[in-house]
Design a protein around this ligand. Structure first.
Ligand code: NI
Length: 140
């Protein structure tokens, strides 16, 4: 075994492993170990970013809300004007009769991004707010 490599045994539900295997196959991984190493790296990077309290970040905030809920559309628009310095672009998708998806691209200080996410999450009529950070590692 290669130096600095540790072998681990993992118990997984069959369907989870089957799904994982089908994804790694379609992505062209030659071994399950390599795919698991990549998955762990992605997991670590994701959490490093999410745990970051400040510093430059780039990402996207997805917001799903019910536009028929009184006042929510206007509130979301004015909130975005308040955070204009960290928003680069916004895309709006009408999902169905009631629901809208707003994809807000952000670039700036994580503290401010988190503040915006917090305010969006607290709005009535908003059903989901997710923050996705776009870069791996510490530098970009
Ligand atoms: Ni809409």
């Amino acid at each position: 075994m290669e130096e600095g490599i540790t072998r681990i045994g993992v118990s997984l539900p069959k369907n989870l492993l089957a799904e994982f295997d089908s994804i790694i196959k379609s992505r062209g991984y030659s071994s399950r170990s390599e795919a698991i190493r990549d998955a762990i790296r992605m997991y670590i990077n994701e959490f490093k970013w999410l745990e970051k309290e400040s510093g430059e970040v780039i990402g996207v905030v997805s917001v799903i809300y019910d536009h028929s809920y009184r006042g929510v559309t206007d509130t979301i628009i004015s909130l975005q004007h308040d955070f204009n310095d960290i928003i680069t672009t916004t895309m709006h998708i009408h999902l169905d009769e009631e629901n809208c998806l707003e994809m807000i691209n952000v670039k700036g200080d994580m503290a401010k991004v988190k503040k915006m996410v917090g305010r969006l999450s607290s709005l009535r009529g908003v059903t989901s707010v997710k923050l996705i950070t776009a870069f791996k590692g510490e530098k970009f």
